[in-house]
Design a protein around this ligand. Structure first.
Ligand SMILES: NC(=O)c1ccc[n+]([C@@H]2O[C@H](COP(=O)([O-])OP(=O)(O)OC[C@H]3O[C@@H](n4cnc5c(N)ncnc54)[C@H](OP(=O)(O)O)[C@@H]3O)[C@@H](O)[C@H]2O)c1
Length: 260
């Protein structure tokens, strides 16, 4: 039941959401935001201790939360995690493929190992977790929501982050591929493209005065984004409000990609 004063269109009570990479940064903010909209949430990262900490934080906020430590880029770990969800009767209605890493190096110096690590974590993992979730959504016959986290680099390249750029461009198209195959099962798959957001991933850039000045000068909002500023779009894409929206990417970037 919707106990908030918000429209029932955006109500997530009775829905379970798995947010990958949700022990800090954007993922943790999304888990908290979906939890406050009524969802039961499952938090994830590779580290059990960080998962336990996130579970404790969200529980203290009154959110119904489960923890699942697994590596989203490892097929066997993903499959094992979903088998545990099956045993716990945790049916996932909403999946946010958020886990991601960055690696900054000019392409001429980049090794295949780092290329593969970034592509596997930021793109292949969304396929692996998305496939496991969608199989179960289809079997349960209730449809579902998949939200893949892209980036400004889903649209435009930047020097020194080639594998990240390629993975995030792929994320935009993966949402469309998921929509093409799974819309018939009432699954909506869309992407969110955040601008530069203040998280651990960007701490070195925030500390670099030249980069910080460039972010503020290039972005019409003239500031970094905050993780919680992605919550509204995530609730929209996780809820009945977006039931006929599929294969889209919504940039939450302060207007960055709209200007020259
Ligand atoms: N921050 C930005 O400006 C920005 C902008 C656009 C897009 N994004 C995207 O938003 C997402 C979150 O970014 P963030 O800035 O919040 O990053 P972050 O603060 O570095 O957090 C990343 C999270 O992902 C987890 N993770 C990393 N690799 C994983 C794996 N293989 N399996 C499971 N969990 C894993 C991390 O935990 P462990 O390391 O403990 O596993 C952590 O919980 C990423 O997809 C990123 O590309 C970020």
């Amino acid at each position: 039941m919707n106990t908030n004063n918000t429209s029932p269109l955006f109500d997530l009570h009775g829905h379970t959401a798995l947010i990958t990479g949700s022990t800090r940064g954007i993922g943790l903010a999304l888990a908290q935001g979906l939890g406050h909209a009524g969802a039961s949430v499952i938090v994830n990262s590779r580290q059990q201790s960080a998962v336990d900490e996130a579970v404790a934080k969200l529980t203290a906020l009154g959110i119904d939360v489960h923890g699942a430590a697994f590596d989203v880029a490892d097929e066997a770990s993903v499959e094992a995690a979903f088998e545990v969800f099956d045993k716990q009767a945790l049916g996932i209605d909403v999946l946010i493929n958020n886990a991601g890493i960055q690696h900054r190096q000019p392409m001429l110096e980049l090794g295949l190992g780092d290329w593969n690590r970034v592509i596997n974590t930021n793109l292949t993992a969304a396929f692996l977790v998305g496939r496991a979730a969608a199989k179960r959504m289809i079997a349960r016959g209730k449809g579902g929501k998949i939200i893949n986290i892209g980036s400004l680099t889903s649209e435009a390249a930047r020097a020194t982050v080639a594998p990240y750029t390629v993975a995030k461009g792929g994320i935009k198209m993966l949402s469309k591929a998921m929509a093409a195959e799974w819309a018939q099962f009432n699954i909506q798959a869309n992407s969110i493209g955040p601008g530069y957001i203040l998280t651990d991933m960007n701490q070195a850039l925030v500390n670099n005065p030249n980069f910080d000045a460039w972010v503020k000068a290039s972005n019409p909002a003239q500031r970094w984004g905050k993780p919680e500023e992605l919550v509204g779009t995530a609730i929209y894409l996780a809820s009945a409000a977006s039931n006929y929206v599929n294969g889209q990417i919504i940039y939450v970037d302060g207007g960055w990609l709209s200007v020259l």
